[in-house]
Ligand binder design. Structure first.
Ligand code: NAD
Ligand code: UD1
Length: 337
């Protein structure tokens, strides 16, 4: 198939682009590089040994986007593009609603205009209401606590409404749990701007000597060691989930929603200990107060993805740590030279 990958220069998009090319698909990437570097695109080409078109275009630029559709004959779109920093979304909600929602509506309008009615959308575990008891299942109650999460929830609603209005659409909504790790070759990986918000990039930056120590946010949660529990998933397993979701919507119309997680909850200290074991690096840490808004436990029930897509994860936490470190040690400054 010929796939448009929006946000394909970003962390999950770049890994999915490699898997799409390896699976024999053709792709074009659209990314405005607001949170990524052109070097990621060069490296996708290097790893896959394939050529494809890259457009530095903002999805909010209607003419720019129309040109991409005019120049290509797409079968489907995988839509990663969007802003994702939860804290920033609280202080700048309009920036998030505008970029994430308006750009998605514009993309869907363009797809309709060109008769491309297959889309895989990056949603998040954050759309589940915090009152649910894990493991989280797709039909559990939804509810969000910050503007970023609300953009994901609202886009899901838009997609459900779109299908209700036109049953020619084939839509896959993927709710990611906590992606970490990197491609085995260590050439692409997560490259956050500034101080990382998320656990694994913070740990790898401590290991590489860019940060002094990790702050562990809270040790009084109701978990096996008191620290927060999450469902960490290797980004390559996640990327492969997109190929399976694409297969599903290439043969079926409707809205199909899947959790992509391992189903295993790991605490902050489990991650730190596995990282030390996998890499031999010392990770200094101190326990500090809870981070506002954090919940104690979050992990997936991904049985639906197994039953309907034949998808299951391959990598364990130890391998996720190895691969995160392999990327960071080979690229101490990310994609910057
Ligand atoms: P990322 O920031 O690395 O990638 C997103 C890409 O989209 C970036 O390259 C950015 O430059 C681009 N972009 C943003 N706005 C754009 C616009 N208006 N036009 C064109 N390009 C634009 O993020 P990621 O971690 O790869 O996440 C990909 C998607 O998955 C996002 O939608 C994110 O919300 C979602 N998601 C991520 C996580 C996670 O933990 N990483 C978890 C759940 C869901
Ligand atoms: C993040 C996102 C959330 C998204 C989810 C899945 C934030 C605030 N939330 O949540 O919207 O749905 O990923 O991708 O970005 N921790 C520390 N020290 C740190 C960083 C984190 O102890 O320096 C702890 C956290 O308290 C948490 C765990 O590590 O218990 C994971 O944190 P993080 O990587 O930020 O992910 P989530 O909080 O799950």
């Amino acid at each position: 198939m010929k796939i448009l990958v929006t946000g394909g220069a970003g962390y999950i998009g770049s890994h999915t682009a490699v898997e799409l090319l390896d699976a024999g698909h053709e792709i074009a990437i659209v990314d405005n590089l607001s949170n990524s570097k052109i070097e990621a695109v060069n490296r996708i080409k290097e790893i896959s040994n394939r050529e494809f078109k890259f457009y530095q275009v903002d999805l909010l630029d209607e003419n720019g986007l129309r040109n991409v559709f005019l120049e290509n004959d797409f079968d489907a779109v995988i839509h990663f593009a969007g802003f994702k920093a939860v804290g920033e979304s609280v202080s700048k909600p309009l920036k998030y609603y505008y970029n994430n929602i308006t750009s998605t509506v514009m993309l869907l309008e363009m797809m309709s205009e060109f008769g491309v009615k297959k889309i895989v959308f990056s949603s998040s575990a954050t759309v589940y209401d915090s009152s649910n008891k894990p493991p989280l299942k797709e039909d559990m109650k939804l509810g969000t606590t910050n503007p970023y999460g609300s953009t994901k929830f609202m886009i899901e609603e838009i997609l459900r409404d779109l299908y209700a209005s036109d049953s020619e659409w084939a839509i896959s909504i993927l709710r990611y749990f906590n992606p970490i790790g990197a491609h085995k070759c260590g050439r692409i990986g997560e490259d956050p701007n500034g101080i990382p918000n998320n656990l694994m990039p913070y740990i790898t930056q401590v290991a590489v000597g860019k940060r002094e120590k990790l702050s562990v946010f809270g040790s009084d949660y109701d978990t096996h060691d008191g620290t927060g529990v999450r469902d960490y998933i290797h980004v390559v397993d996640l990327a492969i989930g997109h190929i399976k979701a694409l297969d599903k919507i290439s043969n079926n119309k409707g809205v199909f929603t899947y959790n992509l997680g391992t189903g295993i909850g790991c605490s902050v200290l489990d991650v730190v200990n596995n990282f030390i074991k996998a890499t031999g690096k010392e990770i200094l840490y101190e326990i500090v107060d809870r981070r506002p808004g954090d919940i104690d436990v979050c992990f997936a029930d991904s049985t639906r993805a197994l039953d309907e897509l034949g998808w299951k994860t391959k990598y364990d936490l130890y391998n996720m740590c190895l691969d995160s470190w392999n990327w960071q040690k080979n690229n101490p400054n990310g994609y910057e030279k």
